[in-house]
Design a protein. Structure first.
Length: 651
């Protein structure tokens, strides 16, 4: 039959242009697509041969071959799969040329505009979108194919200019051969994307198609120097050349094997090789799920957090595979951001090989897989916390901050992960200086204690020296240390645990319920009324530096402390925001004074001399500056503060 020429339908040409110029931004991906198509073709023949062994034509060794030709600037990809006849070439190669093309383009356009997924994967087809990616790197594409069980072969050829030709030809074996005549820029030693370079092709197969279940083979020309009888190279001898056929892919993904058949060393070796790690992982998750969505996941928690885990240059994400074919290196949307430290991969036949990263990330299947994996990771962490405390505390030291950030961020985004994460949090306790869960704290609370008390500071020693701690320590009340700026944000997100609210020792009334505390509270209220004018004038002297001045019963030996109003952010939160170059969030600072301290008596005496006296104003300012220093904050004018201290010392 003579060669016939056909024109692509307008929609097909439009889609071809779209594939080449828009959807695929990474040229090298074409090889992944063509190898995947070849693998699918072999799959089909393998399946058909189960009931009709004659289709194999005596060739049961399924293989895919790559043949680069540097001289003619071509790359050939061939397989011994099911192949196609003339009718199938017209229909299958032209799948996108059917009436569904228009609907596909409309759906693609709609998805791109609304940032939603394309759900009809069948429209992509075996030789649909994936096949046409070949035109990204080729000026001319030729297909020679013969269907298993038939005798006539077909030759299809196109330059991607809107036309293609079909003619009958001869082909010794069933299967499909695709010949790419490479465009300028994709061949030659000077090209950065030289697809006639065998080692470049070997690298791409390893990267994208290492776990294709059939061998991907290619010939290498090996130069050797002749050796003598002792095996030593003969000096001056001319080198000889020989062909060596190599299998470029490993073919059997570790994650597809039964867990019981995999040794721990194999898991760790794969982790180090695949993710460029040096140490054994802290935790391994290997799960296989069948049901609404089918997938296999192999995830790891590294032994140590990377130094840039919480910086913008850190790229989290899980590798994605579809039927062992690599599709994406770092899919950020699979796991929530608080699990950004998890490394690994997911392989699912329900994920599409094609279309853009953005559309893939919006897929329903991916979201379902992500939710399942998140639950599995959290259950494992809970089990570790209960059964291997030492191991969990090592995890917490490396990644605890991520979980705390997860609580805060989930509330900001509206997802609310509080219930999933609150029982995994650990905080240092004033009871024994060890880490404890919130539940452990609550379980040992006295019956009359209404609140969970905590204190924020840069370290345990600083918190222990806070004047607010003295009273609670004397009463035997346990306090949780918040040593990380994000801690208080996490507790603000949790708000309460088992009906008990969290309460900072530096905010509001401590609400201590014992008789001694109630009597001290009443005494303080009486003293406040007696010294109403003094308190008013101290506040006036400090101006807008404080929102209020109060006498307090929370201090024992300390003279003064700075606390925050319960309604707004704490002082620790204010400092955290300031450290992040966001000084807009301000705490309502309240200066609390111990009425039983000698300094208060001194203030009373100075006040009788007049509220406008320099000494009274200086003492008010110094008390405020002292309270700032206790909180680890520099006074507004450190030099003036130092000079006033020197003056007092000289008296």
């Amino acid at each position: 039959m003579a060669k016939e020429t056909f024109e692509f339908q307008a929609e097909t040409q439009q889609l071809l242009d779209l594939m080449v110029h828009s959807i695929y931004t990474n040229h090298e991906i074409f090889l992944r697509e063509l190898i995947s198509n070849a693998s699918d073709a072999i799959d089909k023949l393998h399946f058909e041969s189960l009931t009709n062994n004659e289709l194999l034509e005596g060739d049961a060794n399924f293989e895919i071959h790559l043949v680069p030709d540097e001289q003619n600037h071509t790359l050939t990809i061939s397989d011994n799969g099911i192949g196609m006849n003339r009718k199938e070439v017209i229909e299958d190669i032209g799948t996108i040329a059917k009436s569904g093309t228009k609907a596909f383009l409309a759906k693609l356009k709609e998805a791109r505009e609304s940032n939603t997924e394309i759900t009809d994967k069948e429209m992509i087809g075996q030789f649909g979108v994936g096949f046409y990616s070949a035109f990204m790197v080729a000026d001319n594409v030729t297909i020679v194919t013969r269907k298993a069980g038939e005798t006539e072969a077909v030759r299809w050829e196109s330059t991607g200019d809107g036309k293609y030709s079909i003619e009958a030809c001869e082909k010794e074996k069933h299967g499909t051969t695709i010949i790419l005549t490479l465009s300028q820029g994709f061949y030659g030693e000077k090209s950065e994307e030289n697809y006639t370079d065998r080692y470049k092709l070997q690298e791409l197969v390893k990267k994208y198609s290492d776990y294709i279940r059939y061998p991907v083979k290619m010939n290498f020309v090996i130069e050797e120097t002749p050796k003598d009888a002792d095996g030593k190279p003969i000096e001056g001898a001319e080198k000889t050349k020989r062909n060596e056929e190599r299998t470029l892919n490993s073919m059997q993904p570790l994650w597809t094997r039964n867990k019981s058949d995999i040794k721990k060393e194999e898991y760790t070796d794969f982790f180090k090789h695949q993710f460029f790690e040096w140490e054994d992982p802290m935790e391994i998750f290997h799960t296989k799920v069948e049901g609404t969505v089918e997938y296999t996941a192999l995830l790891y928690i590294p032994a140590h957090a990377p130094f840039n885990l919480y910086y913008s240059d850190y790229e989290p994400g899980i590798q994605l595979y579809s039927r062992h074919v690599f599709i994406m290196d770092k899919c950020k949307d699979l796991l929530p951001d608080y699990l950004r430290f998890v490394k690994g991969l997911v392989d699912s036949p329900d994920l599409s090989l094609n279309i853009s990263r953005e559309l893939l990330q919006q897929s329903r299947e991916l979201k379902l897989i992500g939710r399942n994996l998140e639950k599995n990771i959290l259950k494992t962490l809970e089990r570790t916390l209960q059964k291997d405390r030492e191991k969990y505390e090592k995890f917490w030291a490396e990644y605890g901050k991520s979980l705390k950030i997860g609580i805060y961020n989930s509330l900001v985004s509206g997802e609310n992960k509080v219930d999933q994460l609150k029982n995994l949090l650990l905080f240092t306790s004033s009871k024994d200086g060890k880490l404890c869960t919130i539940k452990e704290y609550c379980d040992r609370m006295p019956e009359n204690q209404k609140k969970i008390y905590y204190a924020s500071g840069k370290d345990k020693e600083t918190i222990d020296q806070m004047p607010q701690m003295e009273l609670l320590r004397d009463k035997g009340i346990e306090v949780l240390y918040m040593l990380d700026p994000v801690d208080e944000f996490a507790l603000e997100g949790i708000r309460e645990y088992d009906g008990k609210q969290f309460h900072s020792i530096s905010r509001g009334d401590l609400d201590l319920d014992d008789v001694e505390s109630q009597e001290a509270k009443k005494e303080t209220e009486t003293l406040s009324k007696t010294n109403e004018d003094l308190i008013k004038d101290i506040k006036e002297a400090l101006g807008n530096r404080v929102s209020d001045v109060k006498l307090t019963n929370r201090l024992k030996s300390g003279a003064v402390c700075l606390v925050a109003d319960e309604a707004g952010p704490s002082i620790a939160m204010e400092q955290a925001f300031a450290g992040a170059n966001n000084p807009l969030l301000k705490a309502k600072r309240i200066l609390e004074i111990n009425p039983h301290h000698d300094l208060f008596a001194r203030l009373q005496n100075l006040h009788t001399d007049g509220k406008d006296s320099a000494d009274f104003k200086d003492y008010c300012t110094m008390l405020y500056d002292q309270a700032l220093l206790i909180e680890g904050i520099l006074p507004d004018d450190p030099i003036a503060f130092a000079n006033k201290v020197a003056q007092l010392m000289a008296k």
